[in-house]
Design a protein around this ligand. Sequence first.
Ligand code: SAM
Length: 266
Amino acid sequence: MYDRFKRRINYLRVSVTDRCNLRCVYCMPECGVDLMSHKDILSFEEIVEVIRFGTENGITKVRLTGGEPLVRKGIVDLVKMIAKIPGIEDLSMTTNGALLDQFAQPLANAGLKRVNISLDTVEEKTYKKITRVGDLSNVLKGIKAAQSAGLEPIKINCVIKKSPIEQDAQEVAEFCDMNDLQVRFIKEMDLETGYFDRVIGGDGGHCATCNRLRLTADGKLKPCLFDDLEFNVRELGIGTAYSKAIGLKPKAGSENTVNKFSNIGG
Ligand code: SAM
C-alpha cells in the first residue's frame, strides 16, 4: 500500500488496551485517565481481522502496544492468534517490562519475535518518581527474562527531557552497553501542541519516510500520531477505514487533540 506521497505503508501499531499498570509523569495523570468502556474495546477476533486485512494488503510489521499490552487479559492467546496470520515478517511489542518476567517465555512460545522496553533511568528512586508506582527491579528481571526467551534484539526506549547527555540517559546508555541492549532516546513530546522530534537511534518521527498506521484499542485507524484523523473500523468497515487512513495520511504531523500517549501507544 502506498499513500499519496509515495510512502509505502507496511507497519501497523496496535494498541490492545488503554489500561496501564504505571503512571509515568509525562504520559498519564496520577489518577489515571478516563478509560474506554469495555464494549468499545476491540475483541481479539476483531483485532485479528483488522491485522489480516492489513497483511493481505502489504502490512508486514506489527507491533503491539497500549496502555500496557501485558495487562490485557489473554495477551498470550492474542499473540498466538496474530502470529498465525500469513504475511507478518516482524511481530513485536512495546512494554514497560514490569510483567515481562512472567510473560517473556510464554510470549516467545506464542510467536512474539522481539520487544522494546521502556526505561528512562536505572536509578531506583528516580524510576519510582517517574513511574509513580513502578519498581525498577521488576523491569530489570523482565529484561533478563526477555533475553533468556530470545525476544531479541531488545530495544530500550528512554524518554529524555532535552538531550541524551542528561545523567539518567547516560546511565541508561551505559547499562545498555553492558547488557547487549540497543538504546533509543525519545524526546518528551506533547501531542496537543504538536511538539515532536525524531527518535535518536531509531526511525520514528521522520515524516518523509513514515510507513505506519495505528489502531487504537477502540478500533480507530489513525494515519499519524500527530493528527486528529481517525477512522473507525466498526462504523466504516475495515476496508474503508484502511483506504481513508492511507488516502488521507498527512504529509507531516501537526498536532493531536483527540488522543493521549496513554491510549495511542507512543
Ligand atoms: N506501556 C508501554 C510502554 O511503557 O512501553 C507501551 C505504551 S507507551 C505509551 C509507549 C512509549 O511511549 C513508551 O516508550 C513511552 O515512554 C512513550 N511515551 C509516552 N509518553 C510520551 C511522551 N510524552 N513523549 C515521548 N514518549 C512518550
